[in-house]
Design a protein around this ligand. Sequence first.
Ligand SMILES: Nc1ncnc2c1ncn2[C@@H]1O[C@H](COP(=O)(O)OP(=O)(O)O)[C@@H](O)[C@H]1O
Ligand SMILES: N[C@@H](CCC(=O)OP(=O)(O)O)C(=O)O
Length: 360
Amino acid sequence: MALPYKRIIVKIGSNVLTQADGLPDAARIEHLVAQIAALKAQGLEVIVVSSGAVASGRSLIKISDKADAVTSRQLLASVGQVKLLTLYAELFGQHQLVCSQVLVTKEDFRDRVHYLNMQNCFRALLQHNIVPIVNENDVISVTELMFTDNDELAGLIASMLDADALLILSNVDGIFNGDPKNPASELIAEIAPTTTSFSSFVTTQRSQFGRGGMITKCHMAHKVAQLGITVHIANGKTDNVLPRLLQEDVANTRFLPNKSASGKKKWIAHSESAAKGAVRVNAGAKTALTDATHAVSLLPIGVVSIIGEFQKGDIIRLLDEHEKPIGLGIAEYSSEKAQERLGQKNQKPLVHYDYLFINT
Ligand SMILES: Nc1ncnc2c1ncn2[C@@H]1O[C@H](COP(=O)(O)OP(=O)(O)O)[C@@H](O)[C@H]1O
Ligand SMILES: N[C@@H](CCC(=O)OP(=O)(O)O)C(=O)O
């Protein structure tokens, strides 16, 4: 039976789009575009997150050995993104579809105004039946401004757009319970929302042109599934993988979704890097906050200490007594006021439930 998705994000990894020599695989891209066009014809909304700018740049210019790694990446991506999108535009055109380019940085997800502007643009693109093709703005995103990889970017886009599913295309059939090259390893068909540890079977090994690797993919997929979005990891080199995935007719690993969270909570969940300070909560508060059956706000009586300074409206991290992160939230008042109210009864919540995201 076909999976009942209406809006999907398709993330196409560097390895799917790149040949063994590091140059772009135009035939693969053509086949993927044809598959996306087929899904569009069935009425699905598709947003593509595509890597491949650096690989495309490699096919156009030779960079001097003197250039450092950051400058080389900027140069290759700046040149390559034009070629990549030109190819996409031509191929989608053959299916009477228009695609668009959306280049983003991590900063755009930290700033609420940028975030809402982006969201508004995506909505308008989808209303006009355009296929948005998203990539990191590699020219600007350098070192600490960078996403871990395009999987992280795809996860953020999926939650921002409230997608039904995120389909991650890599060069493996999914997640195996051991080294994927070992014939004894088996594919894991489903991962429950309660599974949080992947290090026992996923190695830090990366594919030839990949950036983050499978372990970061797993953490991102878990987080996205926590927000109520199903995540599939499948092999982008398999023929007709996208329509077959939706027909449940191809190998893949599926991260089962948790119950859906609000748009604001989704934004908060991905805002860790924007956090201004932290609060340590006592064991009782931790138990109450992590109990998935009740909506609970964080009250000052449960706060043990305040770390750093924050103002009303800032994102703050919630830690347990051993400083283990348990969630993120928006502070209802400043760290100064919170300090005055620390441990006191009958005080206004420091973080209201509606502005609280707890890792489960
Ligand atoms: N348990 C595992 N199951 C599947 N793949 C794994 C596992 N452990 C490590 N990997 C590696 O993860 C790689 C895919 O991740 P990555 O390099 O980030 O790809 P992409 O460029 O598609 O994002 C695979 O090529 C594989 O070598
Ligand atoms: N933005 C880069 C790709 C970065 C990246 O993380 O790629 P991937 O390993 O596919 O998640 C490019 O277009 O070349």
